[in-house]
Design a protein. Structure first.
Length: 262
């Protein structure tokens, strides 16, 4: 069979297959791809130079307006603010009396303390403590107001990040001169961000001063200092005053005035 005959034969077969509706198989070509690998990166640095301004403890997620600069403390774990306590001016009474501190005049809010934790890594916990440095004393003769006691009551926690208030614990305290008392505590794994501990409300303050019979107040202004310490180790839940952690520098002081405010 000649070459021309073969070509004619195959052509005839192809036409016949097409006429019968038969498909002629084709060979699939392998897909060709071109690939590359890239990287995504992000870096973080510790923000330890920006002081936090006080917020409204009833709305802690709203930033403060900056009108009250607070303590000015800087660092990754800071005590940002603590109210001064003003118990007003009162007539001397031989009977036992309880005086209520006015609202926080600097912020027009409830009296409160504010803590911010922005340390790198997982939340490590912290503790806020207060020590009444000594008994209230008169300005003129330094006479003590014998038996007088400052109490922090109706404690309310607040989160600047909108977290559950159960992440931290707040504790009402009746202060004793020279004794350290835990007022707010966050265990390891909690306490990240900005937190407030408010005592009562703006209209119903929870900071009280009790003056017993026999205190014999003089006609004078009585004052004491409260030393606040934010510590970078959470307290043991069974014993809030143990262990003794390292103190974060720059604890605030609150001046207490039993007669008139600043």
């Amino acid at each position: 069979m000649s070459l021309s005959t073969k070509i004619k034969l195959f052509s005839a077969l192809g036409l016949a297959a097409a006429g019968l509706g038969m498909s002629v198989p084709t060979v699939a070509m392998a897909a060709q791809t071109s690939t590359a690998t890239t990287r995504a990166t992000v870096a973080f640095t510790q923000d330890d130079q920006t002081p936090e301004t006080p917020v409204d403890p009833d709305n802690p997620s709203k930033p403060g307006d900056g009108s009250n600069p607070g303590t000015g403390n800087t660092g990754a774990l800071t005590l940002d603010y603590v109210s001064n306590f003003d118990f007003g001016a009162h007539k001397i009474s031989p009977a036992k009396q309880t005086y209520i501190a006015s609202m926080d005049n600097a912020n027009k809010t409830a009296n409160f303390a504010q803590v911010t934790d922005k340390r790198a890594g997982d939340p490590k916990g912290w503790t806020l403590k207060v020590t009444e440095q000594g008994q209230l004393q008169s300005a003129k003769s330094q006479k003590e107001l014998t038996g007088a006691q400052i109490s922090l009551t109706n404690s309310r926690a607040g989160s600047g990040l909108g977290l559950s208030v159960n992440e931290v614990s707040v504790t009402d305290q009746a202060l004793l001169p020279g004794n350290q008392a835990v007022v707010m505590n966050a265990l390891a794994g909690s306490g990240y961000g900005l937190w407030t501990d408010a005592w009562g409300t703006k209209d119903n303050p929870g900071v009280k001063l009790t003056v017993p019979t026999g205190a014999y107040p003089e006609e004078d202004v009585y004052t004491t200092s409260l030393n606040w310490s934010l510590e970078d180790i959470p307290t043991n839940g069974s014993n809030p005053n143990s262990p003794t952690p390292t103190t974060v520098p720059g604890g605030a002081q609150g001046a207490v005035n039993a007669d008139q405010g600043n």
